[in-house]
Design a protein around this ligand. Structure first.
Ligand SMILES: *[C@@H]1O[C@H](CO)[C@@H](O)[C@H](O)[C@H]1NC(C)=O
Ligand SMILES: *[C@@H]1O[C@H](CO)[C@@H](O)[C@H](O)[C@H]1NC(C)=O
Ligand SMILES: *[C@@H]1O[C@H](CO)[C@@H](O)[C@H](O)[C@H]1NC(C)=O
Ligand SMILES: *[C@@H]1O[C@H](CO)[C@@H](O)[C@H](O)[C@H]1NC(C)=O
Ligand SMILES: *[C@@H]1O[C@H](CO)[C@@H](O)[C@H](O)[C@H]1NC(C)=O
Length: 252
């Protein structure tokens, strides 16, 4: 695998935690088996902007999904890149609309899940809002003062069972930038749905990941094969951070 400077720095800071990592079998995106090509060509990358009406969607970054990956090379890179992105977004003045999602249910009876609800097989182990497993992983900072919004969700799609679409419409958002876990779950589902609702959709490749036991090829196939076909733009974190500087001032 290819270690980038920030990843190397992270590893050296916490090398003890990585003694048992194995990069080649991690199901995440760490340029394994291949680096994902951006759909935005180098010449267009120099002028890439999210405009002024953009929202940043940080999806399902909850303990239940993120914590088990934290000690893998791909997981550490995902966490580091996504946290860096969130910090860069918060540094914008004014900060754009950031929306975080969490999967949890109204109470321990999980009234959103009936006995035959297919999603019960995916998220049925999660509890109510006070279940630590459903809370955001501590590396990801919510800036309440900036107006960051945290939404409950109860299916794959980021807008399932909440006010996501109402908020995007009310704030006159036309462009969304996605990060989150998993690529084959909330990322894919949300990219399709928001594309169909006429939003311009960007997915930051470095800020997506699969979870075990999924094969790493699933991540690659979605990022390099399916998303560009929709078409949804797949960009690198370097392109995204640079585009932030050309975007805005955000209207929120
Ligand atoms: C992000 O992904 C690209 C390839 O898609 C890679 O070249 C780059 O090094 C990654 N950046 C970080 C900080 O990991
Ligand atoms: C970028 O280069 C491609 C060819 O490689 C060309 O088709 C496209 O028009 C160029 N875009 C810009 C913004 O210059
Ligand atoms: C990750 O490593 C830390 C430090 O070694 C350890 O405390 C933690 O339990 C590990 N987490 C998992 C999910 O293996
Ligand atoms: C969550 O709150 C419910 C009551 O609303 C309580 O029964 C349950 O024990 C709480 N769970 C945790 C993990 O605190
Ligand atoms: C974006 O702007 C900030 C300060 O405004 C600067 O520190 C940072 O290097 C810039 N990043 C890129 C990728 O241009």
């Amino acid at each position: 695998m290819r270690l980038t400077a920030p990843t190397t720095a992270l590893l050296s800071l916490t090398s003890a935690a990585y003694a048992q990592t194995s990069s080649s079998t991690d199901p995440g995106y760490d340029c394994h088996p291949t680096c994902i090509p951006s759909t935005v060509a180098a010449n267009a990358s120099a002028t890439l902007s999210f405009g002024r009406h953009y929202a940043v969607l940080n999806l399902d970054l909850i303990n239940a999904l993120v914590a088990p990956l934290a000690n893998t090379t791909a997981g550490a890179a995902f966490i580091s890149n996504t946290a860096d992105w969130i910090t860069a977004v918060h540094a914008q003045v004014p900060a754009p609309l950031s929306i975080f999602t969490r999967i949890y249910f109204a109470n321990a009876h999980q009234p959103e899940l009936g006995p035959d609800t297919p999603f019960a097989a995916v998220g049925g182990a999660l509890g109510a809002a006070n279940d630590t497993e459903t809370m955001l992983y501590p590396a990801f900072h919510v800036d309440a003062a900036a107006g960051d919004t945290v939404l409950q969700k109860t299916r794959y799609y980021a807008g399932a069972g909440n006010a996501l679409e109402e908020i995007l419409r009310a704030q006159q958002i036309d462009t969304v930038v996605l990060s989150g876990i998993r690529t084959s779950g909330v990322i894919l589902s949300t990219a399709y749905r928001l594309f169909d609702l006429d939003y311009t959709v960007y997915v930051i490749a470095n800020n997506t990941i699969e979870t075990a036991p999924n094969d790493p090829d699933i991540n690659t196939n979605i990022l390099a094969g399916i998303l560009p076909k929709i078409p949804v733009a797949v960009i690198t974190i370097e392109q995204a951070v640079a585009a932030l500087n050309r975007s805005g001032p955000a209207i929120y």
